[in-house]
Design a protein. Sequence first.
Length: 289
Amino acid sequence: MLLRFWQPAKIWKLNGDNAAPAPSQPKHHAGEIWKAWTPWILLSVLIFIWGVPPTKKFLNQISAPEFKIPRLHNVVVRTPPVVPVPTPDKPTPPEEAIFKFNWLSATGTGILIAALLAGVAMKFSPREMLRVYWATLVRVRFSLVTIAAMLALGYVTKYSGTDATLGLALAQTGALYPFFGTMLGWLGVALTGSDTASNVIFGGLQKVTAEQIHISPVLMCAANSSGGVMGKMVDAQSIVVASTATNWYGHEGSILRYVFFHSVALAALVGILVFLQAYVFPFTQMVPR
């Protein structure tokens, strides 16, 4: 309907400007359309269910073993100026190092169940589903290793004190830190390809720096995620996935050059918003107390 009144300025064609027009699209029955939408409907519903706190609490009660890391649990203690000066009634607690294996309440479990239900609904045999899962696992094996390595790096920076040291250094930017802290989240996702990994690596740093310059740690931790989202379009994993999904191999550099400016500009706009939320009324009223 929209194309009756508006046409794009430039039409991108996979086979060049002289490519033949695309063949007319076949008509699909309502049953075929619902079948195609089934995986997405199941995924949305189950992710919503898994994201509800009562669901997570219930599943954790069933199985969520915890493992204290030897020679690390309650061994590391943060000292001023990273934390307030301890007093006899409020001593500085040591850092816990507990691996919580909440495999049932993890969002990935909900996604796996959605995939299994979708396979059954689409009448895939168990053998076909195993073949697809194995092919997917092989395709993303390097991405999985990269994400795991980045998460591990995040814990290393936390327990080694690197995040605290960087936080104290970045606190020297003073009142401008809300903007630069947002760009730090952008950089984390641009390098790691994961908002989760960026939060693990820089979350502690954002908290330490915010406390040093007396602004909301909640705001800066949220800014790390918000700025990180804008870096998603330029990270290597997303670009590779895009080129693979569209069969546009070898053009990753072109994609990066095209979206890089948009990514930086959007991250800068988020940084300006975070700056306003830190200091300027009425934007400050948007920050949870």
